[in-house]
Write a protein that binds this ligand. Structure first.
Ligand SMILES: Cc1cc2nc3c(=O)[nH]c(=O)nc-3n(C[C@H](O)[C@H](O)[C@H](O)COP(=O)(O)OP(=O)(O)OC[C@H]3O[C@@H](n4cnc5c(N)ncnc54)[C@H](O)[C@@H]3O)c2cc1C
Length: 264
Protein backbone atom coordinates (compact mmCIF):
# COMPACT_ATOMS: atom_id res chain seq x y z
CA UNK A 1 0.00 0.00 0.00
CA UNK A 2 1.64 3.25 -1.12
CA UNK A 3 1.31 6.27 1.15
CA UNK A 4 2.12 9.94 0.61
CA UNK A 5 2.80 12.08 3.67
CA UNK A 6 2.57 15.85 3.22
CA UNK A 7 4.89 17.73 5.54
CA UNK A 8 5.65 21.41 5.96
CA UNK A 9 8.76 23.10 7.28
CA UNK A 10 7.85 25.72 9.87
CA UNK A 11 9.73 28.07 12.20
CA UNK A 12 10.71 26.36 15.45
CA UNK A 13 7.83 27.03 17.87
CA UNK A 14 10.35 28.04 20.60
CA UNK A 15 11.50 30.90 18.36
CA UNK A 16 8.12 32.29 17.29
CA UNK A 17 8.87 35.49 19.20
CA UNK A 18 11.63 36.24 16.65
CA UNK A 19 9.23 36.16 13.70
CA UNK A 20 8.26 39.60 12.44
CA UNK A 21 5.78 40.83 9.85
CA UNK A 22 6.75 43.11 6.99
CA UNK A 23 4.14 45.88 7.05
CA UNK A 24 4.78 46.74 3.38
CA UNK A 25 4.91 43.33 1.66
CA UNK A 26 2.72 41.77 4.41
CA UNK A 27 5.00 38.74 4.29
CA UNK A 28 6.32 36.80 7.25
CA UNK A 29 9.99 37.54 8.04
CA UNK A 30 11.70 34.43 9.35
CA UNK A 31 15.35 35.41 8.87
CA UNK A 32 17.56 33.64 11.37
CA UNK A 33 14.70 31.59 12.83
CA UNK A 34 15.54 27.86 12.99
CA UNK A 35 13.19 25.69 10.93
CA UNK A 36 11.77 22.28 11.84
CA UNK A 37 9.30 19.76 10.46
CA UNK A 38 5.82 20.92 11.51
CA UNK A 39 5.47 18.99 14.81
CA UNK A 40 2.24 17.11 14.05
CA UNK A 41 3.51 16.16 10.57
CA UNK A 42 6.07 13.93 12.30
CA UNK A 43 3.13 11.99 13.75
CA UNK A 44 1.79 11.59 10.19
CA UNK A 45 5.16 10.21 9.06
CA UNK A 46 5.19 7.81 12.02
CA UNK A 47 1.67 6.63 11.16
CA UNK A 48 2.75 5.89 7.58
CA UNK A 49 5.83 3.96 8.74
CA UNK A 50 3.77 1.85 11.15
CA UNK A 51 1.23 1.08 8.42
CA UNK A 52 4.05 0.06 6.06
CA UNK A 53 5.06 -2.62 8.59
CA UNK A 54 1.63 -4.24 8.15
CA UNK A 55 0.88 -3.36 4.53
CA UNK A 56 4.14 -3.26 2.55
CA UNK A 57 4.47 -0.42 0.08
CA UNK A 58 6.28 2.85 -0.46
CA UNK A 59 6.14 5.85 1.86
CA UNK A 60 6.75 9.10 -0.04
CA UNK A 61 7.18 12.36 1.85
CA UNK A 62 6.29 15.52 -0.02
CA UNK A 63 6.63 19.19 0.71
CA UNK A 64 6.07 22.44 -1.13
CA UNK A 65 8.53 25.06 -0.02
CA UNK A 66 11.80 26.91 -0.61
CA UNK A 67 15.08 25.03 -1.22
CA UNK A 68 15.79 24.69 2.52
CA UNK A 69 12.57 22.65 2.92
CA UNK A 70 14.74 19.79 1.64
CA UNK A 71 15.99 19.46 5.24
CA UNK A 72 12.46 18.60 6.40
CA UNK A 73 12.30 15.83 3.81
CA UNK A 74 15.71 14.55 4.87
CA UNK A 75 14.51 14.29 8.46
CA UNK A 76 11.47 12.27 7.36
CA UNK A 77 13.71 10.05 5.21
CA UNK A 78 15.95 9.52 8.26
CA UNK A 79 12.87 8.44 10.21
CA UNK A 80 12.35 5.75 7.55
CA UNK A 81 10.36 7.17 4.62
CA UNK A 82 11.43 5.72 1.26
CA UNK A 83 11.42 8.71 -1.05
CA UNK A 84 11.15 12.51 -0.92
CA UNK A 85 9.56 15.04 -3.26
CA UNK A 86 10.32 18.76 -2.99
CA UNK A 87 7.98 21.06 -4.89
CA UNK A 88 10.11 24.14 -5.31
CA UNK A 89 9.60 26.91 -7.83
CA UNK A 90 9.44 30.71 -7.61
CA UNK A 91 5.96 30.34 -9.09
CA UNK A 92 4.83 28.60 -5.86
CA UNK A 93 5.76 31.56 -3.61
CA UNK A 94 3.00 33.34 -1.66
CA UNK A 95 0.54 30.45 -2.05
CA UNK A 96 -2.53 30.50 0.18
CA UNK A 97 -4.10 27.25 1.42
CA UNK A 98 -6.08 26.84 -1.85
CA UNK A 99 -3.05 27.21 -4.13
CA UNK A 100 -0.97 25.04 -1.79
CA UNK A 101 -3.53 22.23 -1.92
CA UNK A 102 -3.99 22.56 -5.69
CA UNK A 103 -0.23 22.33 -6.26
CA UNK A 104 0.22 19.34 -3.97
CA UNK A 105 -2.76 17.61 -5.61
CA UNK A 106 -1.25 18.10 -9.08
CA UNK A 107 2.03 16.63 -7.85
CA UNK A 108 0.43 13.60 -6.20
CA UNK A 109 -1.66 12.87 -9.29
CA UNK A 110 1.33 13.09 -11.61
CA UNK A 111 4.22 11.79 -9.49
CA UNK A 112 3.00 9.51 -6.71
CA UNK A 113 -0.63 8.33 -6.73
CA UNK A 114 -1.25 6.49 -3.45
CA UNK A 115 -3.87 4.58 -1.50
CA UNK A 116 -3.45 6.86 1.48
CA UNK A 117 -2.52 10.53 1.76
CA UNK A 118 -1.59 11.64 5.28
CA UNK A 119 -1.30 15.23 6.48
CA UNK A 120 -0.92 16.81 9.88
CA UNK A 121 -4.13 18.31 11.23
CA UNK A 122 -2.64 21.82 11.32
CA UNK A 123 0.59 23.74 11.00
CA UNK A 124 2.27 25.52 13.86
CA UNK A 125 2.70 28.73 11.83
CA UNK A 126 -0.37 29.52 9.67
CA UNK A 127 -2.60 26.81 11.12
CA UNK A 128 -5.60 27.21 8.81
CA UNK A 129 -6.32 23.41 8.90
CA UNK A 130 -7.54 23.81 5.32
CA UNK A 131 -4.80 22.19 3.23
CA UNK A 132 -5.80 18.58 4.05
CA UNK A 133 -9.53 18.86 3.27
CA UNK A 134 -8.88 20.98 0.15
CA UNK A 135 -6.28 18.50 -1.07
CA UNK A 136 -8.82 15.68 -0.68
CA UNK A 137 -11.35 17.69 -2.67
CA UNK A 138 -8.85 18.32 -5.47
CA UNK A 139 -7.93 14.62 -5.53
CA UNK A 140 -11.63 13.74 -5.34
CA UNK A 141 -11.14 11.29 -2.48
CA UNK A 142 -12.87 10.97 0.94
CA UNK A 143 -11.19 12.39 4.02
CA UNK A 144 -11.32 12.52 7.81
CA UNK A 145 -9.69 15.20 9.94
CA UNK A 146 -8.11 15.32 13.40
CA UNK A 147 -7.77 11.54 13.44
CA UNK A 148 -6.36 9.90 16.58
CA UNK A 149 -6.58 6.28 15.44
CA UNK A 150 -6.42 4.73 11.99
CA UNK A 151 -7.00 1.09 11.06
CA UNK A 152 -6.58 -0.07 7.51
CA UNK A 153 -9.10 -2.87 7.28
CA UNK A 154 -8.23 -4.25 3.86
CA UNK A 155 -7.17 -3.39 0.32
CA UNK A 156 -9.88 -0.81 -0.12
CA UNK A 157 -11.06 0.56 3.22
CA UNK A 158 -9.90 2.12 6.48
CA UNK A 159 -11.57 3.14 9.73
CA UNK A 160 -10.65 6.46 11.31
CA UNK A 161 -11.46 7.64 14.83
CA UNK A 162 -11.48 11.42 15.04
CA UNK A 163 -11.65 13.85 17.93
CA UNK A 164 -14.53 16.30 17.77
CA UNK A 165 -15.38 19.15 20.11
CA UNK A 166 -16.82 17.24 23.07
CA UNK A 167 -16.79 13.78 21.53
CA UNK A 168 -15.32 11.26 19.10
CA UNK A 169 -16.45 9.99 15.72
CA UNK A 170 -15.61 6.74 13.95
CA UNK A 171 -15.89 6.73 10.17
CA UNK A 172 -15.18 4.18 7.48
CA UNK A 173 -13.58 5.47 4.31
CA UNK A 174 -12.98 3.81 0.98
CA UNK A 175 -9.38 3.94 -0.26
CA UNK A 176 -7.79 6.01 -1.63
CA UNK A 177 -8.48 8.43 1.21
CA UNK A 178 -6.88 11.37 2.98
CA UNK A 179 -6.42 11.54 6.72
CA UNK A 180 -5.26 14.49 8.80
CA UNK A 181 -3.48 13.11 11.83
CA UNK A 182 -3.58 14.49 15.38
CA UNK A 183 -0.79 14.31 17.94
CA UNK A 184 -2.80 11.71 19.87
CA UNK A 185 -2.17 9.07 17.19
CA UNK A 186 1.36 7.98 18.13
CA UNK A 187 4.78 8.96 19.40
CA UNK A 188 7.04 9.82 16.45
CA UNK A 189 10.37 7.99 16.38
CA UNK A 190 13.66 9.88 16.62
CA UNK A 191 15.87 9.09 13.60
CA UNK A 192 18.76 6.80 14.59
CA UNK A 193 22.30 6.94 13.21
CA UNK A 194 21.66 4.29 10.54
CA UNK A 195 18.55 6.19 9.44
CA UNK A 196 20.53 9.41 9.10
CA UNK A 197 23.35 7.70 7.17
CA UNK A 198 20.78 5.97 4.94
CA UNK A 199 19.33 9.27 3.69
CA UNK A 200 22.19 9.60 1.19
CA UNK A 201 21.02 6.45 -0.63
CA UNK A 202 17.39 7.55 -0.91
CA UNK A 203 15.81 9.44 -3.78
CA UNK A 204 14.92 13.06 -3.11
CA UNK A 205 13.66 14.79 -6.26
CA UNK A 206 12.73 18.41 -6.91
CA UNK A 207 9.93 19.44 -9.26
CA UNK A 208 8.71 22.80 -10.51
CA UNK A 209 5.32 23.97 -11.81
CA UNK A 210 5.93 22.87 -15.42
CA UNK A 211 6.89 19.35 -14.39
CA UNK A 212 3.60 18.85 -12.59
CA UNK A 213 1.65 20.42 -15.48
CA UNK A 214 0.55 23.49 -13.53
CA UNK A 215 0.28 26.77 -15.43
CA UNK A 216 1.97 29.61 -13.43
CA UNK A 217 -1.32 31.47 -12.95
CA UNK A 218 -2.79 28.50 -11.04
CA UNK A 219 -0.20 28.45 -8.31
CA UNK A 220 1.61 30.73 -5.82
CA UNK A 221 0.32 34.23 -5.27
CA UNK A 222 -1.22 34.38 -8.77
CA UNK A 223 -3.31 31.27 -8.09
CA UNK A 224 -4.34 32.36 -4.58
CA UNK A 225 -7.87 33.70 -4.17
CA UNK A 226 -6.91 35.02 -0.72
CA UNK A 227 -5.00 38.29 -0.31
CA UNK A 228 -3.49 39.50 2.92
CA UNK A 229 -5.28 42.82 3.45
CA UNK A 230 -3.30 43.86 6.50
CA UNK A 231 -0.95 42.56 9.18
CA UNK A 232 -0.65 43.63 12.82
CA UNK A 233 1.67 42.71 15.60
CA UNK A 234 0.22 42.72 19.07
CA UNK A 235 2.74 44.16 21.46
CA UNK A 236 2.15 42.65 24.85
CA UNK A 237 2.54 45.16 27.63
CA UNK A 238 3.20 43.31 30.86
CA UNK A 239 3.15 44.91 34.27
CA UNK A 240 3.06 43.42 37.67
CA UNK A 241 1.78 44.70 40.99
CA UNK A 242 2.11 42.93 44.29
CA UNK A 243 -0.75 43.37 46.75
CA UNK A 244 0.13 42.57 50.32
CA UNK A 245 -1.75 42.24 53.58
CA UNK A 246 -4.76 40.35 54.84
CA UNK A 247 -5.81 37.74 52.19
CA UNK A 248 -9.46 38.85 52.39
CA UNK A 249 -8.52 42.46 51.62
CA UNK A 250 -5.97 41.45 49.04
CA UNK A 251 -8.54 39.47 47.05
CA UNK A 252 -11.11 42.30 47.09
CA UNK A 253 -8.38 44.82 46.25
CA UNK A 254 -7.27 42.57 43.34
CA UNK A 255 -10.82 42.47 41.94
CA UNK A 256 -11.16 46.25 42.29
CA UNK A 257 -7.78 46.81 40.64
CA UNK A 258 -8.62 44.43 37.75
CA UNK A 259 -11.91 46.31 37.21
CA UNK A 260 -10.03 49.61 37.23
CA UNK A 261 -7.62 48.31 34.57
CA UNK A 262 -10.44 46.96 32.38
CA UNK A 263 -9.45 43.34 32.95
CA UNK A 264 -12.89 42.34 34.23
C1 LIG B 1 -1.86 35.79 0.21
C2 LIG B 1 -1.09 34.90 1.13
C3 LIG B 1 0.26 34.97 1.14
C4 LIG B 1 0.99 34.14 1.96
N1 LIG B 1 2.31 34.27 1.93
C5 LIG B 1 3.02 33.48 2.72
C6 LIG B 1 4.43 33.61 2.74
O1 LIG B 1 5.01 34.44 2.05
N2 LIG B 1 5.11 32.77 3.55
C7 LIG B 1 4.47 31.82 4.32
O2 LIG B 1 5.12 31.09 5.04
N3 LIG B 1 3.15 31.68 4.32
C8 LIG B 1 2.41 32.49 3.56
N4 LIG B 1 1.09 32.36 3.58
C9 LIG B 1 0.52 31.28 4.39
C10 LIG B 1 0.45 30.02 3.54
O3 LIG B 1 -0.54 30.22 2.62
C11 LIG B 1 0.13 28.79 4.34
O4 LIG B 1 1.27 28.53 5.09
C12 LIG B 1 -0.17 27.59 3.45
O5 LIG B 1 -1.30 27.84 2.69
C13 LIG B 1 -0.43 26.34 4.21
O6 LIG B 1 -1.52 26.58 5.07
P1 LIG B 1 -1.41 26.24 6.59
O7 LIG B 1 -0.01 26.45 7.03
O8 LIG B 1 -2.48 26.98 7.26
O9 LIG B 1 -1.66 24.68 6.57
P2 LIG B 1 -2.73 23.78 7.35
O10 LIG B 1 -3.94 23.65 6.55
O11 LIG B 1 -2.87 24.20 8.78
O12 LIG B 1 -1.86 22.45 7.27
C14 LIG B 1 -2.37 21.15 7.47
C15 LIG B 1 -1.41 20.15 6.90
O13 LIG B 1 -1.30 20.30 5.49
C16 LIG B 1 0.02 19.93 5.06
N5 LIG B 1 0.68 21.08 4.46
C17 LIG B 1 0.44 22.41 4.67
N6 LIG B 1 1.28 23.15 3.93
C18 LIG B 1 2.06 22.28 3.25
C19 LIG B 1 3.14 22.43 2.33
N7 LIG B 1 3.59 23.64 1.96
N8 LIG B 1 3.71 21.31 1.81
C20 LIG B 1 3.28 20.08 2.17
N9 LIG B 1 2.28 19.87 3.04
C21 LIG B 1 1.69 20.96 3.57
C22 LIG B 1 0.75 19.47 6.33
O14 LIG B 1 0.57 18.08 6.48
C23 LIG B 1 0.01 20.24 7.42
O15 LIG B 1 0.14 19.63 8.69
C24 LIG B 1 0.35 33.18 2.81
C25 LIG B 1 -1.04 33.14 2.80
C26 LIG B 1 -1.75 33.99 1.99
C27 LIG B 1 -3.22 33.95 2.04
Amino acid sequence: MDTVVCIKQVPHPDHFSHITLDPVTKAIRRDGVPLVVNPVDRHAVEAALQLRDRFPGKVTVLTMGPPQAREALEEALAMGADEGILLCDRAFAGADAYATALTIAAAIRKLCPASLVLCGCETADSGTRMVGPMLAEFLDIPYATNVRRLDVTGEDACVAEADLDGGRMKVELGLPALITVSRAMNEPRIPDVMGIIGVADKTLSTYGAEEIDLPPDKTGLAGSPTRVAGVWEFKKDRRSEVLQGNPRHVSSDAVARLRELGGL
